[in-house]
Design a protein around this ligand. Structure first.
Ligand code: GDG
Length: 516
């Protein structure tokens, strides 16, 4: 049976009955910012929020996140609460306020200058600073307190997102052993050799083992995690059941690849697609040329310089393509307070300028670089206008852009060029799979995509669309939340363990659940 929004709603309502759903993620799904006199509500460019917003919409509940917008306080209540989406409120956003120093140390520091490069094999060195680590610990504690406040006296499933919160599961468990805590780690987990350089590796692993269930995109990341625990921590690691037991409590480790909501993407189609595309083409000054398209946060894991250098190589290897195509790269600025990111933005700007100077002329630039955040409607148009979408990540847990492109192509045309180092490559073998480090091959893939017969494009796209539609975001959330349901205990046990009176008004015992 297909996973839909309705089926997910049903799972949550029937199987997780009497349990509040609390999502914890660093990034908020809606940010309020000031533009002059006005307050705007914007959606961030983030894979995690893109994926989770439809899930929480379907289930209701609370989303606890860092209130990062300069107008967030102005629109929230005293506890930092705001009902979202603003045009059709169906869940509560609970904003956690962080000081500049906390944000600097926890987010830009430990999470993004230590854990992010440590987990991605992109050859950027992790920086380990004890002040960053202290801030990370403090902020994990702050988020823990916000969660506990939201669920006071209630049973809950806490669904923790990502590498910003490695310590929170253990903190939650210590305060409330009855909670069901599930975490999804959205980025790769490195092998034990790589992870062992982290000065606080034991605390991180112990924190994560506060979860009942810890999930990654791929089996390979699960294997890496199990081996990392095996080599670094005193714990019972069971490769048969894929579980780790420590301090008398067991954590299951499970792969569950994330995805997108294909219907929501299809709904972005404008009433007159041709007209909207023509207008956008005119704005970008790309005429009717075939387009290669890239959409990314500007991040060193995404392989943006590699794909631009491949444009240079492509024009050298296939000079007939001069003036006959354009490469449009959307680059949403990201984490620019970090030196490595600032340097990357400069590198990309410089490369674009150099390649355009080398191959372009007064009427044509091979590369159009749109160095700003775009609305989802604009991204949809680009996906639809593209002859090929280029995803050349050096390492990527999944990569949602690849799946968004496929979901947008209701016309069954267009080619996906996809790095073999993404989680998505394991699910989409009908893409043109590339190694982004092999520039000649990447350049050849542009030629292959631009000359691929429509019938072959259709054959590949059809299969990829089926894959994305069957394995959509509702399946991802449904499988994880159903698995979480296994930990719902009969009520009597809960009451004994918490030493509390039953929080359930009607006193009905909770069901023992299994994964569907
Ligand atoms: C992490 C993992 C994993 C991009 N530019 C704009 C914009 N975007 C949107 C895309 C897409 C999302 O941001 C990026 O998702 P990715 O999956 O490609 O990458 P990360 O942000 O690195 O996400 C990744 C993901 O978590 C989920 O688990 O797949 O591997 O690294 O949705 O469309 N959105 C808007 N304007 C932009 O300019 N609105």
């Amino acid at each position: 049976m297909a996973w839909t929004k309705e089926r997910l709603e049903e799972v949550v309502q029937t199987r997780l009955a009497n349990h509040r759903l609390v999502v914890v993620a660093n990034r908020e799904p809606y940010i309020h910012v000031r533009r002059g006199e006005e307050i705007l509500c914007v959606r961030p460019a983030s894979g995690v929020t893109t994926a989770l917003d439809p899930v929480v919409r379907a289930c209701g509940g609370v989303w606890v996140a860092h209130g990062s917008g300069d107008a967030d306080r102005a629109v929230s209540d005293e506890q930092g609460r705001f009902r979202v989406p603003p045009d059709n409120p169906c869940y509560t956003l609970r904003r956690v306020w962080l000081s500049r120093e906390e944000e600097e140390g926890y987010y830009y520091g430990f999470a993004n200058s230590a854990v992010w490069p440590l987990c991605h094999a992109a050859y950027t060195r992790p920086r380990f600073e004890s002040e960053h680590w202290e801030a990370y610990r403090r902020v994990n504690r702050k988020f823990t307190e916000a969660v506990l406040e939201e669920i006071e006296g209630e049973s809950a499933i806490v669904f923790v997102q990502d590498y910003h919160f490695a310590l929170l599961p253990r903190m939650l468990r210590q305060a409330r052993p009855d909670l069901i805590v599930v975490q999804f780690w959205h980025i790769p987990w490195p092998n034990p050799e790589v992870f062992r350089v982290c000065p606080w590796k034991e605390e991180i692993l112990d924190g994560l083992l506060g979860n009942n269930l810890l999930a990654f995109h791929t089996q390979y990341h699960c294997n890496n995690f199990m081996e990392t625990v095996d080599r670094n921590l005193e714990a019972r690691v069971c490769f048969e059941r894929f579980a780790v037991t420590r301090r008398g409590q067991s954590t299951s480790i499970k792969p569950q690849p994330i995805s997108v909501d294909p219907d929501e993407i299809a709904n972005l189609a404008p009433p007159d697609l041709d007209r909207a595309s023509k207008r956008f083409r005119a704005q970008m000054r790309v005429g009717n040329l075939p387009l290669l398209v890239g959409v990314d946060r500007v991040d060193y894991i995404k392989g943006i310089p590699e794909r631009l250098r491949a444009v240079d190589r492509f024009l050298c290897r296939y000079p007939d393509w001069r003036r006959k195509f354009c490469f449009v790269q959307v680059g949403a600025p990201s984490r620019v307070h970090i030196g490595d990111y600032r340097a990357l933005n400069e590198e990309v700007e410089k490369l674009v300028e150099e390649i355009n100077w080398r191959h372009g002329d007064s009427t044509w630039d091979p590369i159009v670089f749109l160095h700003e955040h775009h609305g989802p409607d604009k991204l949809y148009l680009l996906y639809r206008m593209a002859s090929a979408c280029v995803v050349s990540s050096l390492h990527d847990g999944m990569n949602l852009v690849a799946k968004e492109f496929v979901a947008a192509r209701a016309d069954e045309q267009g080619v996906l060029i996809l790095s073999e180092f993404t989680g998505a490559a394991r699910e989409l073998p009908d893409a043109v799979i590339v190694n982004p480090y092999a520039l000649d091959d990447l350049a050849d893939s542009y030629h292959k995509a631009l000359t691929m017969p429509a019938s072959e494009q259709r054959r590949r796209m059809k299969r990829m669309r089926r894959q994305v539609s069957d394995n959509n975001i509702y399946r991802w959330a449904g499988m994880l939340l159903s698995a979480a349901g296994q930990y719902v205990e009969p009520e009597e046990t809960l009451v004994l363990r918490r030493g509390l009176r039953s929080p359930h008004k009607n006193g009905t015992p909770l069901l023992k659940l299994s994964v569907s």
